[in-house]
Design a binder for this molecule. Structure first.
Ligand code: SAH
Length: 400
């Protein structure tokens, strides 16, 4: 008979068995019937059905609503150094087609979608940036770091576990060097041959929005000869790609001075003259109104705001904010202009987002034709049994 290494057993209610059969990697506290033993933070537990069948093995998180994150649907899988080595090798082999001479800013490990719940690892040239967002990966941090170092041949590993979601696991925000050299203030990377400076230590998320790689490339195909308005520009991913595509001028809006100064550097290292673009350090909601009142127009507008809905409770308020900026943007677009509009809120479904943008078009008295549906880039791909992983959605519309 096979044996489990788990120090405790968790008996789930029958409704949760279905979710396990469908290979969903989370078990919420309400799904648990009984706990046999006394598992602590990050401990490996065996999950059993009410009839005593062994179902899967996971990491216990005493404080989080997500009480268990499943490591493996084979209940006898041993969770040890070899398990993490296998998962990390699998994840990096899935990226081999993206990781080439022209692109070296890549998501290597996408948490639940790569069988490593709560672990994000991004590579920026010679540096790895990690986020440990669950009790399980936090407990195995030393093992994971040592495997990453051996498998990837990089110069340094930096931690950016300074996100709000750590608090739900009972963990403090933390950042700093985990191994090797500390990255310089700006690490130079390439995205499909275009150069970007990334601020690993204090930039957003792990430093750069690599999830927009494919959408930035798409934008370049639509920007030739266009006047572009890039809202929520951050460090200019879309600015540089619009200029690559031959935009006649790009106006960038962001509230962050630091982001805009890096935007300027990013345009410069790709050889673009400052006369081709401007930066406006201000609030997008206000500035769109000022532009509307001044009868300004643009041929192409990008709306890539931060996450407006941080939980299910914020959906109504976030929907109003999305509608507001989309309505204003449509009023500023020339006849036949293009709108690249995004939402990175996991709590706003693709359906709802499309309805919000459709309503904005009605109120703006414009016709919006959907040309393309956009998603997060391939290295952020989800497994279909974990729809929560699909957070970034975008619509490319032609506005008549
Ligand atoms: N499009 C970017 C990523 C955008 S991230 C890229 O591809 O790299 C969201 C950006 O919105 C951040 O830089 C943040 O500083 C900015 N921001 C947040 N709220 C804002 C507001 N109300 N007005 C202007 N900028 C805002």
């Amino acid at each position: 008979m096979k044996e489990s290494q788990a120090i405790a057993r968790v008996i789930v209610k029958s409704a949760a068995e279905k979710s396990i059969l469908r290979k969903h990697p989370w078990l919420f506290s309400g799904a648990i019937d009984k706990i046999k033993g006394n598992p602590g933070f990050g401990d490996t537990v065996l999950i059993q059905s009410s009839k005593g069948a062994d179902l899967c093995v996971g990491a216990f998180s005493p404080q989080s609503q997500i009480r268990i994150r499943i490591w493996d649907f084979n209940p006898y899988e041993i969770i040890d150094h070899s398990f993490f080595e296998k998962q990390i090798r699998r994840a990096s082999s899935k990226r081999s087609s993206i990781d080439d001479d022209s692109t070296n800013a890549i998501r290597l490990i996408n948490a639940e979608n790569d069988g490593l719940p709560g672990l994000i690892v991004d590579r920026y040239d010679g540096y790895l940036v990690c986020q440990f967002l669950s009790s399980g990966v936090e407990s195995w941090k030393d093992t994971i770091v040592s495997i990453l170092k051996n498998e990837t041949g990089i110069t340094g590993i930096y931690e950016r576990s300074d996100t709000e979601s750590r608090e739900k696991e009972g963990l403090e925000k933390i950042s700093g060097v985990l191994w090797g050299q500390c990255p310089p203030d700006h690490v130079l990377v390439k995205e499909n041959g275009v150069r970007f400076l990334v601020d690993i230590k204090t930039g957003h998320k792990t430093g750069f929005y690599i999830d927009q790689r494919e959408n930035r490339h798409l934008l370049s195909c639509y920007s030739h000869g266009k006047t572009v308005l890039n809202c929520f520009s951050y460090t200019g991913g879309f600015n540089t790609w619009a200029l690559m595509g031959g935009a006649s001028h790009v106006t960038n809006i962001d509230v962050s001075d630091n982001a805009l100064s890096l935007l300027n550097k990013n345009a410069e290292i790709n050889g673009f003259s400052p006369s081709l673009y401007t930066t406006v350090c201000s609030d997008v909601f206000q500035t769109l109104r000022t532009f509307r009142d001044g009868n300004k127009t643009f041929d192409l507008i990008i709306l890539d705001p931060p996450k407006f809905a941080h939980s299910g409770h914020h959906v109504a308020k976030a929907s109003r904010a999305y509608k507001d900026i989309n309505l204003l943007a449509m009023k500023l677009l020339t006849e036949g202009g293009y709108l690249f509009t995004f939402s990175c809120s996991g709590h706003i479904s693709a359906d709802l987002f499309q309805k919000i943008v459709a309503d904005a078009a009605i109120d703006a008295k414009r016709e919006a034709r959907l040309l393309k549906i956009m998603h997060q880039s391939d290295d952020h791909a989800i497994t279909l049994n974990f729809p929560e992983g699909m957070y970034l959605k975008g619509l490319l519309c032609r506005i008549g």
